[in-house]
Unconditional design. Structure first.
Length: 337
């Protein structure tokens, strides 16, 4: 067991089998880790904002208090721009690709991220997170990347993962070689390996969905949720409902305990016919993590990782979790049950 190793030690150990490894990916991941440590520190201070000054105002020291999601976004952008390994990046917060200033070296990687997912929960002290997805560039050369580099299907991701800012700060990532969890030890300032090779149970009894949207779902989704709640349906164990409303936290719990998370398409807002969550910075990275842990991710009709993206902020229905649960959900959604 390698418990207690830092992320970089673990990466170097597992990369030994990859002769082509140059250290570039390690530098990139290190940039993300440093950004997450800084964000974690600010998230922990968030409760003090009401004492020190409201967002957008000056606090008692005369400093400007900034919105946490803007702060997280800027922190990651700055780290990635300067690490020298990135040719393009996109974030949930900005409509277009973020460019790398001329003075910095461009590298071979594209990073797409959601800097602070679940941010509507900040004021209630609920866990929130940063999600990231990493591709290798498609365009040749060492200049800046473009949309072609970013708009790749999820199966091309070389790595993905998330940080949770919760009761402790945790990093979960995969570089295509299993899913590993690290916990930040604030006293040493390092993420230390706490769970190696996480496997999601093949079937779980937790379901996570915003049932307030029930009347706006397609019939197949409604039938599936009714089925989960039906005590006569012959479930091996009764289902239980858990919904935090913070994707990273809901996903992480289900990854460890087994179950299913759904954000299906709904008919509430005709401008968002595919649901709420974003393919590139939410669904794709979570789908890579869950598949690497032995689970599945689907729109109900198609594997998430097979979707060919049309635009950076594309939304998709997301049904993700234990393999057998996702399969049953697909059967209902496709009208087979
Ligand atoms: P939030 O709006 O708080 O940022 O994609 C964003 C997200 O949270 C997810 O983290 C979460 O799973 C989902 O939205 C919650 O949406 P609902 O409030 O519609 O249930």
């Amino acid at each position: 067991m390698n418990l207690g190793m830092t992320v970089i030690e673990h990466l170097l150990l597992t990369q030994k089998e990859t002769p082509a490894a140059t250290g570039a990916f390690t530098r990139l991941l290190n940039g993300l880790i440093v950004a997450a440590k800084i964000i974690s520190r600010e998230v922990n201070k968030a409760g003090l904002v009401n004492i020190l000054g409201f967002t957008g105002q000056q606090n008692v020291q005369g400093e400007q208090v900034r919105k946490l999601d803007d702060y997280a976004n800027d922190t990651i952008i700055r780290r990635l721009q300067t690490c020298g390994e990135v040719c393009a990046m996109a974030t949930e917060e900005d409509a277009d690709l973020i460019s790398i200033p001329r003075q910095y070296r461009k590298g071979n990687y594209v990073v797409i991220f959601d800097p602070l997912d679940g941010s509507s929960n900040i004021d209630a002290n609920v866990s929130i997170g940063t999600i990231f997805s990493i591709f290798r560039r498609l365009t040749p050369g060492d200049g800046e990347g473009n949309l072609e580099d970013a708009l790749q299907p999820g199966y091309n991701q070389v790595a993905a993962g998330y940080f949770i800012y919760g009761s402790s700060t945790v990093m979960v990532y995969t570089a295509g070689n299993g899913v590993h969890g690290f916990t930040l030890d604030p006293s040493v300032g390092e993420f230390l390996l706490s769970e190696e090779n996480i496997r999601i149970p093949a079937r779980g009894n937790i379901f996570s969905v915003n049932e307030g949207n029930y009347n706006h779902w397609d019939e197949g989704v409604q039938k599936y949720i009714n089925f989960l709640k039906d005590p006569q349906a012959g479930h091996h164990k009764a289902y239980t409902s858990r919904y935090i409303g913070s994707l990273v936290a809901d996903f992480h719990r289900n990854l460890l305990y087994g179950g299913i998370f759904l954000y299906p398409a709904d008919h509430r807002d005709p401008r968002k016919p595919a649901g709420k969550l974003r393919l590139m910075c939410e669904a794709n990275p979570m789908a890579l993590v869950v598949e690497q842990a032995g689970g599945a991710a689907s729109t109900g009709h198609q594997r998430i990782l097979d979707i060919i993206p049309q635009e950076l902020h594309q939304r998709v229905p997301l049904i993700i979790g234990s393999k057998e649960n996702v399969k049953t959900a697909e059967e209902f959604i496709q009208g087979m049950r």
